[in-house]
Ligand binder design. Structure first.
Ligand code: RIB
Length: 296
C-alpha cells in the first residue's frame, strides 16, 4: 500500500460566520441579507481538511477557545480525519471570521482570539510532530513568532515548507530564506515584491490568481498554469484548497508544475459549494475531474 504523505499544518482555526447578500452595506446602513451559515474555517484548519480529504495523514497544531465553537470545530475536524491531538483549548474565545459573500466573491474580518495563543514556546512543545513530517504548511493568521518557530524546526529537520502569506504582514528576510514555497495571491505578492529582492524570492513564488490560475516565478520567467473552468458558487477557501492540494501533490513526488495543476483542480472543485470546506474534494474526485478533461 502507498505510504500516506505526512503533512503538518500549524495554523488558525476559526468559526466562519457567513452572510450571503445581494448588496454590501455602506457605513451606517442596515440591509437585509439572503442567507446565514456557521461553518468551520480558518486558513490552517481549511488547509488541513483539504489535505486530509485528498488522503494525506494530517496533523494540525493550533489553539481553540474553551467554548462551544471550539468543541464543535474539534469534533468536525476529527470527523474529517484530521489528527487534532496537538490542538489545545485555551482561555480565550475561538477565533471568528465574519464573512460577507456577494456576487460569488467575499470579504472577511478575522478576530484571532485563541489563534494568538500559538506562541513560539507552544510550537516548540510540538517539535517532534513537525520534524516527523514530509511537508509543513503555515499561514499568517497565528502569531508570527509561532510561524517562525515552526519553520525553523522544519528547516533544521529537512522538512519542506510551504508558507501561504495570508493575511500579508511585514515578514523577516530570514523567514523568506527558510521557506521552500510562498503562495501569495496577487495582492499579497505585490507587497512581497516591494519588500524582498528577486533573488530572495527566486523559485519560491507560486502566485494564486483565481480564475487566471497560478503563476510560477523563477529566474526572471513567469509560467502560468491555467485554472480549470467550473461553475463557481463561493470562492472562500479556494486558496486554502490549492495549498492543501499542492502539499499533497508535492509530497507524493509530483513535479512543481504538475503539483500546481493538481492544486488548481482541488481549488476549482472547492468553489462549487458554499463555505470554505464544504466543496473540498476527495482524491478520487480530483482524479475523475482531471481525467474528464475539464481544463481551460
Ligand atoms: O481562506 C478562507 C478563510 O479565511 C476562512 O475560512 C476564514 O476563516 C478566514 O480565515
Amino acid at each position: 500500500m502507498e505510504r500516506k504523505p505526512k503533512i503538518t499544518v500549524v495554523g488558525s482555526i476559526n468559526m466562519d460566520l457567513v452572510t450571503i447578500t445581494a448588496q454590501v452595506p455602506q457605513i451606517g446602513e442596515t440591509l437585509l441579507g439572503k442567507q446565514f451559515q456557521m461553518n468551520p474555517g480558518g486558513k490552517g484548519a481549511n488547509q488541513a481538511v483539504a489535505a486530509a480529504r485528498l488522503g494525506a495523514d494530517v496533523r494540525l497544531i493550533g489553539c481553540v477557545g474553551n467554548d462551544r465553537f471550539g468543541q464543535d470545530i474539534l469534533q468536525h475536524l476529527r470527523n474529517e480525519g484530521v489528527d487534532v491531538s496537538d490542538v489545545e483549548p485555551v482561555t480565550a474565545h475561538t477565533a471568528t471570521a465574519t464573512i460577507t459573500v456577494h456576487n460569488q466573491d467575499n470579504s472577511i474580518i478575522v478576530v484571532p482570539a485563541a489563534n494568538h495563543h500559538v506562541t513560539a514556546s507552544f510550537v516548540e512543545s510540538k517539535r517532534e510532530v513537525i520534524q516527523d513530517s514530509d511537508i509543513l504548511l503555515v499561514q499568517l493568521e497565528i502569531l508570527l513568532e509561532g510561524v517562525q518557530k515552526a519553520v525553523e524546526i522544519a528547516k533544521e529537520n529537512g522538512v519542506t515548507v510551504i508558507l501561504n502569506p495570508a493575511p500579508i504582514q511585514e515578514l523577516p528576510v530570514q523567514l523568506i530564506k527558510q521557506v521552500d514555497y510562498l503562495t501569495p495571491n496577487e495582492h499579497e505578492q505585490v507587497l512581497l515584491k516591494q519588500r524582498f529582492s528577486e533573488q530572495e524570492l527566486n523559485g519560491k513564488l507560486i502566485v494564486t490568481k483565481g480564475s487566471q490560475g497560478v503563476s510560477l516565478m523563477a529566474d526572471g520567467q513567469e509560467l502560468t498554469i491555467p485554472a480549470y473552468k467550473i461553475g463557481v458558487v463561493d470562492t472562500t477557501g479556494a486558496g486554502d484548497s490549492f495549498n492543501g492540494g499542492l502539499a499533497v501533490a508535492l509530497s507524493r513526488g509530483m513535479t512543481l508544475n504538475d503539483a500546481c495543476r493538481y492544486g488548481n483542480a482541488v481549488a476549482a472543485l472547492s468553489t462549487t459549494k458554499l463555505g470554505a470546506q464544504s466543496g473540498m474534494p476527495t482524491g478520487e474526485e480530483v482524479e475523475q475531474f482531471i481525467k474528464g478533461g475539464r481544463n481551460k
